[in-house]
Design a protein around this ligand. Structure first.
Ligand code: SAM
Length: 231
């Protein structure tokens, strides 16, 4: 069994029963998801990919907010995807939301969706569940069109919250294999800087959640613009 196979089975184990009450319970602690959706600014007729789409709760909101966009979602858990597909069908959005099973750390969007690059890619409370979250971030960046942006919201380090709250939250998250990534912002900003992209990070709710946007410029990078033909 591959590492991805093991991880997929682990996620299925967590969500087999959880999926039925997932959306009702998570609304209270996956904070900042609607903020991310409100800031997506999907271009007219644009394409959007969610990494680790879960129940498709977010994708349905994005599709409703932007009636001419096309949405795609991938997730490693087949039980979550079954729930997601039922939700998409119930919302009457199956013609504009396409779902596929894939590992965020190693996927081929062209083969999965017939669409290799997107205007917006986002990951909401997903990187904290992926052991190789750095690889997932790099894959997400590779799936961006020029001018596109990669949006992240996830658990922060609760840096301005009381220690007792932090301890309770960490114990709760451990039960679901969730690990807030202390190096998330640093890694994201480095990733942006390496490619001469714009990187912006924000700490929300006293560090309960962290939000980040990495934007790929429309024009070639500084290095590219110094092309040999101009010498
Ligand atoms: C906490 S849920 C968040 C779901 C959704 N993004 C939301 O905001 O409601 C995390 C999701 O990431 C998925 N996931 C975990 N590891 C993954 C991986 N390596 N590749 C793709 N999806 C993964 C899980 O199956 C789960 O559906």
């Amino acid at each position: 069994v591959t590492a991805a196979g093991n991880h997929g089975a682990a996620m299925d184990g967590i969500y087999r029963f959880q999926r039925h009450f997932y959306d009702v319970t998570r609304r209270y602690y996956l904070l900042g998801r609607d903020r991310l959706i409100a800031h997506l600014a999907v271009p007219h007729g644009g394409t959007v990919l969610e990494i680790g789409c879960g129940t498709a709760r977010n994708l349905i909101r994005v599709a409703q907010r932007h009636p001419d966009c096309l949405c795609y979602g991938l997730d490693i858990s087949s039980v979550m995807l079954a729930k997601a597909q039922a939700n998409v069908d119930r919302a009457g959005l199956d013609h504009r939301i396409v779902l596929a099973r894939a590992d965020a750390t190693d996927f081929d969007a062209g083969a999965l969706f017939g669409q290799a690059a997107f205007d917006r890619v986002y990951a909401s409370y997903t990187l904290s569940m992926i052991p190789d979250w750095r690889a997932a971030m790099e894959q997400a960046c590779q799936a961006l069109r020029p001018g596109g942006s990669f949006h992240i919201v996830d658990f922060g380090q609760q840096e301005r919250l009381p220690d007792w709250f932090k301890a309770l939250l960490r114990a709760w998250l451990d039960r679901f294999s969730v690990t807030p990534r202390a190096a998330l912002i640093e890694h994201g900003l480095n990733l942006a800087a390496e490619q001469a992209w714009l990187g912006e990070a924000k700490r929300l709710y006293r560090g309960y959640a962290w939000a980040m946007v990495l934007t790929r410029p429309v024009n070639p990078t500084r290095q590219d613009s110094r092309s040999p033909s101009t010498n």
